[in-house]
Write a protein that binds this ligand. Structure first.
Ligand SMILES: O=C[C@H](O)COP(=O)(O)O
Length: 292
């Protein structure tokens, strides 16, 4: 596809000043969403993440087992939507997840830098799916995008989309903390959606600046515009540095205010986090809980 030309139909996105005003207007609404009902809903949106160089098959087996057993331990709280792990551990996770509706997300494509051959990205992605991944999170070629190589970036994502087929969920990471400028985040979001992303995701959690409410506003606005112009409703995943119930309520409220209630489902909203679950659980239970 010619991404450079198709971009023009989606404008330049919101200017920074307007984004800041929207965030400022949402913050008081988010404070009203700091309640048990919202925290429970947010729990069901979590992609429970373990992306550490110290991960091992044994550690991931324990990690996933806890996620699978969670609903038996905490009735009335939805289980996490997915576990998000490195491709090497997908098969191990699959052995633990039997009849749970929780999915397996694998990061692939040379995560987190995405600086490898397209053939390697395709092979890693195909192997993750072959080993049982239901969802794939890949990072855009950030350097090429920043260099204006929109067709290259878009065609890479399109290639991976074709590699995995339509049954697997594809989440495309923009690394919004590096793109920084609202217009760049908007442009990357549009290209990712044109290339077939099922979700657009803020961050890897490995860059110095991860998820921000400003980036979330830009991305949700892009999703709204894309849905209005194409009819395709793409999901939003906030990830990176989201660790407190207040953080979760803020991103929940951004999605609620810009995209509406129909996006507040695990099929269209996720929170990628490695350190949020216990803090949300403690807020819901009203006392410190360390389960995961
Ligand atoms: O979704 C994946 C991110 O790596 C999660 O980031 P985090 O470890 O800062 O929660």
């Amino acid at each position: 596809m010619e991404y450079s030309n198709n971009l023009k139909k989606f404008g330049a996105g919101l200017p920074a000043g307007q984004v800041d005003k929207i965030v400022a207007g949402i913050r008081p609404l988010a404070e009203k969403n700091r309640n048990t009902e919202v925290y429970k809903r947010c729990f069901g949106f979590i992609d429970l993440t373990s992306l550490n160089s110290t991960d091992s098959h044994e550690r991931i087996e324990r990690f996933v087992t806890k996620a699978v057993e969670f609903p038996n331990r905490f009735s009335g709280i939805p289980g996490v939507a997915s576990v998000c792990i490195y491709p090497a551990f997908v098969e191990t996770a699959g052995l633990v997840i039997s009849d749970s509706k929780m999915t397996i997300t694998s990061v692939t494509g040379g995560f987190p830098a995405s600086q490898t051959y397209l053939e390697v990205k395709m092979l890693e992605t195909a192997m993750a799916v072959e080993n049982g991944a239901d969802e794939i999170d890949v990072v855009i070629s950030i350097g090429e995008f920043l260099n204006g190589e929109y067709d290259l970036m878009g065609n890479e994502i399109e290639t991976l989309r074709k590699e995995i087929g339509d049954e697997i969920t594809l989440k495309v990471i923009l690394e919004s903390g590096i793109l920084a400028e609202p217009e760049l985040i908007h442009r990357a979001a549009v290209i990712a959606m044109l290339a077939g992303a099922d979700f657009i995701k803020t961050s890897t959690g490995k860059a110095s600046v991860a998820a921000t409410p400003e980036a979330a506003v830009v991305m949700c606005e892009a999703i709204r515009l894309f849905a209005a112009q194409t009819g395709r409703k793409v999901g939003f995943k906030a990830a990176g540095g989201i660790s407190t119930p207040e953080d979760a309520a803020l991103y929940y409220t951004i999605v609620q205010e810009i995209l509406g209630e129909e996006w507040l489902t695990p099929e269209r909203f996720r929170i990628g986090a490695s350190s949020l679950a216990n803090n949300l659980l403690s807020a819901i239970e009203g006392n410190p809980v360390h389960y995961f």
